[in-house]
Design a binder for this molecule. Structure first.
Ligand code: TRP
Length: 454
């Protein structure tokens, strides 16, 4: 018997493990395997990792719980969920749901990087660069001159992502994550275990875990906080969208904890493994953005044919990690169009994917020599990266914190969450005040720093 008010158009919800893996799939991305190792290298290792972990628990974890809560309770696309949850007279909060625009912007340059990764998976099998000078040349040449190659692989990646989303949350997204996430963990574990046989493994461990506080500049602290924020994918409506498909009985606290654990585990495994291979080849720790595409392939050269295989595995891992993030980014606007504007899924996917594709094409071309385009002295690619990571995502985080902390009634929030993992008053209060007070302060400091105010 259907009770009035309980009839929901949605026929599908994630299984409990499906939700955790899909959301972890969104969180685990380029940020974990590419960005985390190189900034850890740049900012000095162990002490940086400690600050990162602290920020993860003080800021990211509370926000993640908050965003899942909004999605699970709202049960709709972010715009409709905010509108539904906002008290009468404050329905303008629906505009907070338009953080999904950030998802579109992120995806446009994320797909460009996915194109590079797919190309590299193929390149290292046929033509692994042999030294760092060659590797630099291959990469810079691809970005600056390989217009056709990049567009080809970018198109393949974009199509793949659109295809999975088109297949639906159950038969596309959940199914893929149930397979790709365990596969990703196995690949990284295999590479990690392989790296244990290297003499440099010990150094890699020291590097990641020995805190050297002299290197911990204020700048390093802010980068660590920024990364902790970036890595969990909050603030762009994507987690909220996934959570709208979660079961009512999904334990929000426990799921969030698992997502953070998987995310951190993968970042650390990837970090130690990368440094073990890099140190083994006497490659430095701070190679900036070139780490994944220049230093890592070279680090596998000494292993001959096995090295080629390892390099291939490395790019397969990157591909898996980034594709599971990309589909979550595309699902946000697709859910919005299907639920709020009642579009068919096919149409919604085509519209969203095309928009992302055109934007991505500009981002891609903006880095090339012949079609370079700049906004405010940066390529479109870098501008998109900067605007989303430095401004829009933190704003999305602030909106979650303010909405839960100052707009919703505390007792209503407690009533919901007490049945979903935050039963004890103490735990609830710890979460609530971290979200309401601590995270906004830290986020504002990070934003101000991006503009050189501090
Ligand atoms: N967390 C992703 C990573 O570590 C990047 C990211 C940021 C993201 N915001 C997102 C991915 C939103 C998906 C959805 O690479």
């Amino acid at each position: 018997m259907l009770k009035k008010g309980l009839i929901i158009e949605k026929s599908f919800s994630f299984s409990k493990i499906g939700f955790v893996l899909a959301t972890a799939g969104s969180a685990v991305g380029l940020g974990n395997i590419w960005r985390f190792p190189y900034i850890t290298g740049e900012y000095g290792g162990g002490a940086f990792v400690l600050v990162y972990l602290a920020a993860l628990f003080a800021v990211s974890f509370p926000l993640l719980i908050g965003e899942i809560f909004l999605g699970q309770m709202g049960k709709k696309d972010p715009v409709s969920s905010y509108e539904f949850l906002a008290p009468n007279g404050k329905k303008y909060w629906k505009f907070a749901g338009f953080v999904i625009v950030t998802a579109i912007l992120i995806l446009s340059f994320y797909n460009v990087v996915i194109g590079w990764i797919l190309y590299y998976a193929y390149l290292v099998l046929t033509d692994l660069p042999q030294d760092i000078i060659q590797a630099k040349e291959v990469f810079t040449n691809m970005v600056a001159n390989g217009v056709g190659t990049q567009i080809l692989f970018f198109s393949i990646g974009s199509l793949l992502v659109a295809w999975i989303v088109y297949k639906g949350v159950d038969r596309g997204i959940q199914k893929l994550n149930l397979f790709l996430m365990p596969a990703l963990i196995l690949i990284l574990l295999f590479m990690f275990v392989y790296s244990m046989s290297l003499d440099s493994f010990k150094n890699a461990l020291y590097f990641m875990f020995e805190p050297n506080f002299s290197k911990l500049t204020p700048q390093a602290i802010l980068v660590a906080v920024g990364q902790a924020f970036f890595t969990v994918s909050v603030g762009v409506g994507v987690i909220m969208t996934y959570a709208s498909f979660s079961k009512e009985s999904q334990n929000i606290f426990r799921s969030s904890l698992w997502i953070i654990i998987i995310d951190t585990f993968i970042a650390i495994i990837a970090g130690v493994m990368s440094f073990a291979f890099l140190f083994n080849s006497n490659l430095g720790s701070s190679q900036s953005v070139g780490l994944a595409f220049m230093s890592m392939p070279i680090a596998f050269v000494p292993f001959g044919n096995i090295g080629v295989f390892l390099a291939f595995l490395f790019f397969v891992a990157l591909a898996f990690a980034s594709i599971t993030s990309a589909i979550s980014l595309l699902e946000a606007p697709v859910t919005y169009l299907t639920q709020r504007h009642k579009l068919k899924r096919t149409k919604a996917t085509i519209i969203s994917a095309l928009l992302v594709y055109v934007l991505g094409l500009f981002a891609l071309l903006s880095l090339t020599k012949d079609y370079s385009m700049q906004i405010l002295g940066k390529s479109i690619f870098d501008t998109l990266d900067f605007i989303t990571a430095a401004i829009l995502m933190p704003i999305g985080g602030l909106l979650i914190a303010f909405f839960i902390g100052f707009v919703l009634k505390k007792e209503d929030v407690y009533a919901y969450l007490s049945k979903r993992g935050l039963r004890s008053r103490l735990n609830f209060s710890l979460w609530y005040y971290s979200l309401k007070i601590i995270s906004p302060i830290i986020i504002v400091v990070v934003i101000l720093n991006q503009f050189g105010v501090l």
